[in-house]
Design a protein. Structure first.
Length: 158
């Protein structure tokens, strides 16, 4: 059926398709100047092999149309792991169809099965998902009392 999709765990062999998806998504400044295929070829097998990472892909009509990457972090001051959703991307041509919502549901189910305390994410305020309040509509709460600090170990523009 056209438009049907399925969400499944990624495989190492999905790296080229994930790279193509990243290229299609564009607006990823951290990958500027990088060979995206090489980055995916290095990172996807590591993510797939890690017990503390969930890498999901979304397929429709034999093509990848999205993916999500969750890292299960074990902080000592929490009663259970935290799922950090580092990436959830659905191609714009497939957005607005409830696919991202389904992916969140899969992640929340896995979090409960893992005994997770909470899920968290960072969302660039310039992204359509932030402007549409996608995560808020799914019960996520923006935490204004938390400062997000980063320490660059290399220039992100190089």
């Amino acid at each position: 059926m056209p438009g049907a999709h399925r969400i499944r765990p990624a495989h190492a062999e999905d790296a080229p398709a994930i790279a193509a998806l990243l290229e299609a998504l564009g607006d990823l400044p951290m990958l500027a100047g990088e060979d995206v295929a090489d980055v995916a070829a290095r990172h996807v097998p590591i993510a797939v092999a890690s017990a503390d990472t969930t890498l999901l892909v979304v397929e429709a009509d034999g093509e990848l149309i999205g993916y999500a990457n969750v890292h299960w972090v074990h902080d000592l001051f929490m009663p259970g792991p935290e799922g950090y959703l580092s990436e959830l991307f659905i191609l714009e041509s497939h957005s607005g169809r409830g696919i991202g919502s389904e992916v969140l549901g899969v992640i929340e189910t896995e979090g409960r099965e893992r005994g997770a305390f909470r899920l968290s994410l960072l969302n660039a305020k310039r992204r359509a998902s932030y402007e549409r309040r996608f995560y808020e509509q799914h019960g996520w709460v923006e935490r204004p009392e938390i400062a997000n600090f980063v320490r660059w170990l290399r220039d992100p523009a190089s």
